[in-house]
Write a protein that binds this ligand. Structure first.
Ligand code: F3S
Length: 654
């Protein structure tokens, strides 16, 4: 039997472990990326290791999410991050250069490499045949030290694409269809490998839309072959030497196959409040739309925005709609400007925003109270856009433009009629406008050693957990519903994002929109346990959803299931992630119940923990779905302590 592309890349980076799905392996990581609203903790952790330079082929620090300097906090963070990057041999992509995933794929992406990023949409890079995996910030710090990374060997799913997209349909329809079928938690532990005749016709930025939003299925990664389209893209980026043909074997073995005929797809829409709540756009109940946002790393390539502009051409944004657009990179912006598309958008009344993530993570453009907002981004969780009462719908750029014109849900065909066929002719440029003047290359080692790291008042300390105690007696501080997201735990917005370097301050807003009393209650309890439902901690990779509860004294999360990246973050930050042995116990537990675990340290290695609810008088057991290495991390009191131990054992630090 032949090998899949994913298996080939993993074998080339293999260090240890058993390459059977579900087993843990260790792999070498070539590249890392971080971004401004998560990375301060990552660089504080790297500093704490005592190493003087990163040990990857390339590490890049992107300043891209929060460019609204509403007070001193974000500029403090940006100055710290830029100086830390210079000190440790890391590239910096400066504010205004573009969103991490878009820029990284274009300027650093390379077939066959493995990249890890402190952001759940890192799999974007899979569009150029790179195995790109989203992880927590502490994991990125670990990868930067050159220590091999733990990874659960994924199941590899083939997605065979046939047919061709109809004009007015976008790669967004492909990933929304995947979400409709697979659901937000169905991709856990999987890598989706796209193949088939339709892939050969699909340009790299369209592939990136699909790879990027694979994160919404909970997948480890998504990947496309490094073929003629990748060769064309990298040549157009002025990097033909980065190309390497990398394909799955013709008789490659897969764990499962999904078939999608692109010709059968019609414009789709993900309805509130989950990205898998997908229906045909024409079936959506017509509502008055208050806001349209065309932007994010998912869907603002040159072709995406040129198509949206053609829908707008000669038309105007509806008078009741506020329509904004944030282009994903300076490169794309300039190209669109030169080709006249920005002018069309401006003529139509579209408000052009900064080149940044911005509204995607509630940094500006929050919808009105109860507002209906249509977005081209990737998540529509309650509160994700900054307003808990808003209803967020996800669509393609073509449908977003049509909706902005109509004032209610509409497709490009509804607006353009037969002219919708014109959209099919738009392609990516043969040659991109390359200008890396906003990327700072690493300094030579001697120069880097002289750099002083700047620490403004917003840069606080990295809290480090203690190893678990022998006996845990703690009340339940919170019981959550299913599908709680990291946005629920650590809210997004310009205000909250700028607090992420300041845990004493930010922890006060832990679960702020979900249960505003949680932080005070947890602090008063001293130490506590959270009870979660299914898919606890889905969504963004933000490790603050583990750091803040840890800082507030949360010692364990007992849930029906826990999302992959969040589980890793809990382990890294010393919170024990437990799963109910019998999920029906969830119904019996209540906030305030006292839970007691005797001989916790003795029980952890067996991965089965007996818990007594002394309030209800019931005893139940939980399981630790963790590898032996993760158990070691828990017993050590988190990843930083473990990493320092490893680095001192191998002589890298003293
Ligand atoms: Fe940024 Fe939103 Fe992508 S926050 S990285 S544009 S998912």
């Amino acid at each position: 039997m032949g090998k899949s592309l994913t298996r080939k890349i993993l074998e080339a980076h293999y260090v240890a472990g058993i390459m059977t799905p579900g087993e843990e392996i260790s792999i070498k990581v070539d590249q890392t990326l971080t971004h401004d609203i998560n990375a301060v903790m990552t660089y504080l952790a790297f500093e704490a290791t005592g190493l003087d330079r990163v040990r990857t082929e390339c590490s890049v620090s992107y300043l891209d999410h929060n460019l609204l300097y509403v007070d001193n906090k974000t500029p403090d963070d940006h100055i710290y991050l830029q100086s830390a990057a210079k000190r440790f041999g890391v590239y910096v992509s400066r504010p205004g250069n573009g969103i991490c995933h878009t820029v990284h794929m274009a300027r650093f992406g390379a077939p066959g490499k493995i990249s890890m990023g402190g952001d759940s949409h890192t799999p974007h890079g899979g569009a150029v045949g790179m195995l790109s995996i989203g992880v927590g910030g502490m994991d990125v710090a670990t990868a930067m030290t050159g220590v091999p990374m733990r990874l659960i060997m994924p199941r590899i799913i083939r997605v065979n694409l046939t047919g061709s997209l109809n004009p007015g349909c976008n790669a967004k329809e492909v990933i929304l269809e995947m979400l409709r079928r697979v659901t937000i938690k169905g991709g856990l532990g999987n890598v989706y490998e796209y193949t088939g005749p339709a892939v050969a016709e699909m340009e790299v930025p369209a592939r990136a839309t699909i790879a990027n939003m694979g994160a919404e299925m909970g997948a480890t990664a998504s990947i496309f072959p490094a073929d003629g389209q990748v060769k064309k893209f990298l040549s157009a980026q002025g990097r033909p030497d980065a190309y390497l043909e990398l394909l799955p074997d013709e008789d490659a073995e897969y764990d499962e196959t999904i078939e999608i005929n692109l010709s059968s797809l019609e414009p789709l829409i993900a309805c509130p409040h989950q990205p898998d709540n997908v229906i045909p756009l024409h079936e959506a109940e017509k509502k008055r739309v208050q806001q349209v946002f065309i932007g994010s790393c998912t869907n603002t390539s040159y072709a995406d925005l040129a198509k949206a502009a053609l829908v707008f051409k000669g038309r105007h944004v509806h008078e009741d709609v506020s329509c904004t657009c944030a282009v994903a990179s300076r490169q794309t912006y300039r190209q669109l400007m030169r080709d006249g598309y920005i002018e069309i958008l401006l003529d139509a009344g579209v408000r052009m925003l900064e080149i940044a993530c911005g509204p995607c993570c509630a940094i500006g453009q929050t919808p009105a109270t109860d507002g209906v907002a249509v977005r081209t981004s990737n998540r529509n969780f309650k509160g994700r856009a900054g307003s808990p009462s808003a209803q967020i719908y996800l669509v393609s750029p073509e449908s977003a433009a049509a909706t902005a014109i109509a004032g209610t849900f509409a497709t490009a065909e509804d607006i353009m009629g037969a002219d919708v066929a014109l959209l099919g002719a738009i392609r990516e440029p043969d040659c991109y406008d390359v200008d890396d003047s906003m990327i700072l290359a690493p300094l030579p080692r001697e120069e880097a050693a002289k750099i002083e790291i700047s620490r403004g008042p917003n840069i606080k300390f990295l809290p480090v957990p203690e190893p678990p105690a022998t006996r845990l007696c703690a009340p339940i501080s919170l019981k959550t519903r299913d599908n709680v997201s990291t946005d629920d735990i650590t809210p997004a917005s310009a205000e909250f994002s700028s607090m992420r370097s300041n845990i004493p301050l930010m922890s006060q807003y832990c679960y702020h929109r979900y249960d505003p009393d949680f932080a005070a209650r947890a602090r008063e309890m001293g130490q506590s346990i959270i009870i979660g439902g299914e898919n606890y901690g889905q969504g963004s990779s933000r490790e603050h959803a583990a750091i803040n509860p840890m800082y507030l004294g949360v010692k364990a999360v007992i849930a029906k299931s826990i999302a992959r990246i969040h589980k890793g973050n809990l382990v890294n930050h010393g919170i024990i992630p437990m799963l109910f042995g019998d999920a029906s116990v969830y119904d019996s537990l209540e906030q305030g119940d006292e839970l007691v675990i005797e001989d916790l340290i003795g029980q952890i290695p067996a991965k089965r923990i007996q818990v007594k609810d002394t309030t209800k008088g019931i005893t139940f057991h939980t399981v630790l779905d963790l590898s032996d290495n993760e158990i070691e991390v828990i017993l050590n009191g988190g990843q930083l302590r473990t990493l320092k131990k490893k680095l001192s054992q191998n002589g890298a630090i003293r």
